[in-house]
Write a protein that binds this ligand. Sequence first.
Ligand code: SAM
Length: 165
Amino acid sequence: MSQSRLDLFVDRMVSQRACLDYAAAAIADVPGPVFELGLGNGRTYHHMCHIMPTRDIFVFERAIASHPDSTPPEGQVLLGDVYDTLPQALERFGPTAALIHADLGGHDRVKNDIFARNVSPLVEPLLAVGGLMVASDRMYFEGLVEQPLPEGAVLGRCFIYKRVA
Ligand SMILES: C[S@@+](CC[C@H](N)C(=O)[O-])C[C@H]1O[C@@H](n2cnc3c(N)ncnc32)[C@H](O)[C@@H]1O
């Protein structure tokens, strides 16, 4: 039997947590800001603040509608469509991000894949050497190397990429 929507949701949640926990430890010695693409309710943002309390975490979101406990300070938000704000971030930060987490997708897998293909070239130049990109959808990078998933993450529910040079 195929998975229920609840199964898929649980797999996505446990995978996000496992990948973010792994990534936070792996980039401990990589300087630079952390980017959260897609705030939504703010659950993953809240977790990132919890596990990386000393990092500058910048949030990319077109409309803030998060839980009050998970709402970033105004100065840490790049408000607008990522097609606009990612190029603006490249001008502002250069290739300095130690970790980029993306959870921008909705319920339509085909649309998510098209979006991931389109947004990948805008994400890739932001990552620092040694930095990691964690995504809920497969991304399409030219120079980043896909990494094995940590224990607890579900194959196909999350993806990790690294800039090795
Ligand atoms: C699945 S939710 C993120 C959930 C979040 N990880 C959490 O734990 O609550 C996806 C978010 O991405 C945002 N988003 C989707 N496409 C976007 C775009 N092109 N530009 C900016 N934000 C976008 C949506 O507004 C939505 O809030």
